[in-house]
Design a protein around this ligand. Structure first.
Ligand code: GLV
Length: 327
């Protein structure tokens, strides 16, 4: 009997994913902690594994991938995969998969939660009540921006962008979007969404929400020049990837009130946050949790495990990002 195939699960996932892999007969090297494996440990433990179930905190650079002797698949527990050099994996015939679809609605819920919290100053209000400074009803106490009837500008009208736009429609918002590709006409009709230039979106929108993947083209998509185009009452929401925004420029814009507020779930150097952002009252901060409902994170864990198991069983993994390796 041949030895079971080995799989490295780099970090803690929902336990049913590991149980599933073991039930399929794989030998699982499971780092069941929240500690990120450093480069050396990742390479050492991945060596000889047929699959690596990775997370967005694992840097699978070309150099690391070059060391993955025997790997057939990297199954990322995330929809984003900017942590993986997919071209390097493809060159070594390693399949790469992600977890699209299952987190769309959960992530859109959270983008909207940030939008509402920033517009209506929910976090400031909570802190204010806790502080004991509430003495009476005051005409403009913690006044914010209206959401209903406002213009929502979406960068990237993919699955999550469209789900955020749908929520906006529910609030009677006008939808603008900017995307390299026009959305299908039926989606534009459903959302009553108009495709506009980057500049028009920035100038017209009361809320700007980012839903693009991180690529060389989207790095610092929002910098000082873009922030300067936005309305002084505008609110920026980022649930995409931190480096899509120039964080230093954003901190300065929030401090100077070039824009009014921001809601951020992602940061340029996670888990570090620009010092100024930690002090400003007009920003709502979250630790990269937009997809973090129990059901969705469980589903993401399982999806990555299913992708790995499929590939090792000779089946095309359902969420294959580099079909070139599967001929
Ligand atoms: C989370 O950020 C993801 O890409 O799934």
């Amino acid at each position: 009997m041949s030895a079971p195939l080995r799989i490295l699960v780099t970090k803690r996932v929902f336990p049913e994913a590991v149980e599933f892999l073991r039930r399929q007969g794989f030998e699982v090297d499971y780092n069941g902690t929240d500690r990120v494996l450093d480069r050396e440990e990742l390479i050492r433990r991945a060596r000889g594994c047929a699959a690596v179930v990775s997370q967005l905190t694992d840097r699978l650079s070309a150099e690391v991938i070059a060391e993955l002797e025997g790997a057939r698949i990297i199954a990322n527990v995330a929809v984003g995969y900017d942590n993986i050099d997919v071209a390097a994996a493809t060159a070594r015939s390693i399949a790469v998969t992600n977890t699209p679809g299952v987190l769309t609605e959960t992530t859109a819920d959270f983008a909207f939660a940030l939008l509402m919290a920033a517009a209506r100053r929910v976090v400031e209000a909570h802190a204010f009540v806790h502080s004991g400074r509430w003495s009476t009803w005051i005409i403009d106490l913690l006044a914010g921006q209206d959401i209903h009837g406002a213009t929502l500008g979406i960068f990237g009208l993919g699955r999550i962008g469209a789900a955020v736009a749908r929520r906006g429609r529910g609030f009677g918002m006008r939808i603008l979007y900017c995307d390299g590709r026009a959305a299908p006409p039926e989606l534009e009709r459903e959302l009553d969404a108009r495709r506009v230039s980057r500049e028009e979106l920035l100038r017209e929108s009361d809320f700007v929400s980012l839903h693009v993947p991180l690529t060389p083209a989207t790095r610092h998509l929002i910098g000082a020049a873009e922030l300067a185009m936005m309305k002084p009452t505008a609110i920026l929401i980022n649930t995409a990837r931190g480096p899509v925004v120039d964080e230093a420029a954003l901190a300065e814009a929030l401090e100077k009130r070039t824009i009014w507020a921001a809601g951020l779930d992602v940061f340029e150097q996670e888990p570090e946050v620009h010092a100024k952002l930690l002090e400003l009252p007009n920003v709502v901060l979250a630790p990269h949790i937009a997809s973090a409902s129990f059901a969705t994170r469980r589903r993401m864990s399982m999806m990555a495990a299913e992708n790995a198991a499929a590939a090792l069983g000779g089946q095309r993994p359902p969420n294959l990002l580099n079909p070139e390796v599967w001929r």
